[in-house]
Ligand binder design. Sequence first.
Ligand SMILES: Cc1ncc(COP(=O)(O)O)c(C=O)c1O
Length: 439
Amino acid sequence: MAGSGPSRILPDSATFDGDYLSIGGCPIATLAETYGTPLYVYDEATLRNSASRICAAFAPINPRVSYAAKACATIGVLRVLERAGLGLDVVSAGELDAGLRAGFDPDRIHLHGNFKTHAELHLAIRHNIHAVVVDNLDELIELQATCRMVGRRSRVMLRIALNLSAETHPHLRTSGSSSKFGIFQGSADLDAALGRICRDDTLHLIGIHTHLGSQITDPEIYRRAAEALVAAAGLFRQNCPGLQEVSVGGGWAVAYRPEDTTLDPETVATAVAPAFRAEPAIRLAVEPGRALVARAAVSLYRVGPVKKVVKKRIIAVDGGMGDNLRPALYGAEYTALVDGRAFSNPIGVADIVGRYCEAGDVLVREALLPEVSRGDLLCVPVSGAYQVSMVSVYNLVPPPAVVMVANGKATLLTRRATVDDLLAREQNSDSPSVTSSHV
Ligand SMILES: Cc1ncc(COP(=O)(O)O)c(C=O)c1O
């Protein structure tokens, strides 16, 4: 159902029966009753459709398309994207483990991140993953030592921080000379890294990589990144002929509200294609996260206390920054709809606030909403990326359940945590649980 207006931000299988929303043929009211709230609902159809659309958009230049697992590493979600034929980018042993459990062949997995522990490098080498994406010179030295210790070679890509500054929230910008990610283009460290790789047969350079940031709306910066990296790859190939791939990362903006600007995969493909057509020996790689999963999920909350302050209402819900850190972390903006009153006229603005003890725990600011009262069900669209994967246990509130819906059937992917789960690592508590019977 993605199209114009509100349908732009709902999952593909969303339908309305009057004012009541269903996803994947399942009424959200029933899902909330069955699994409780807060609840994350992923639509399998949207995941598949997004993967097909991205693959089709880039198909003319035969890319490698990988999913950046950090956007949502829930195994049931990874499984759908594995079956869609994508590769996987991981940044930790945990994400690597989830990817392997979801069925990804190690040969389709890349290990990213600016701090890979010795154990993580070891794991990547032992599983013979497709490549370790080396972030800095120190890590390269550590990787060489680990390879020697294990007695194996490793394929590597080098992450290069380009001298390009993406227009996005500063917390979402990952390029430039002072970025914590990557080796700056043209720096002495880059020369030193290339020199080491060329002199040492434990490492095999297969590609170079950049990731400019996230929620980027300008295709031009991808064109410039592709041109810069393809030119650099041409030079590096003189000493490292195995270098065959250039990754321009992910970061394409999605709409969180109907009026938001997006950067569609077709537009990115058009922007980067000329650089790759000019250099057929180099293959393009892309690694979207958000564009694959964000619109695939909604979050559901039960309304608690509602109060009136000057000029607006404050609507408290049973979730918040523990399951969606994005508004507090970088001012992310959302909309919400009230199930059963989806098309009712708004009566004014309201802040939807979470239950956590932080004044910044505001999920949606100044939403135009109809009448809302305790017990209503609120749905926040575009909840599929960087929410479930960033859950915290702040205030010792158990993280929510995650379900997947398709063809009128819901499948539990992650059960709701319990207070016992949260306290399980505590070492000095042998008293019996007081919550297990009633929370
Ligand atoms: C190296 C790398 N690749 C890809 C991504 C995915 O970005 P997005 O989810 O914005 O597409 C990220 C996100 O942080 C990243 O760090």
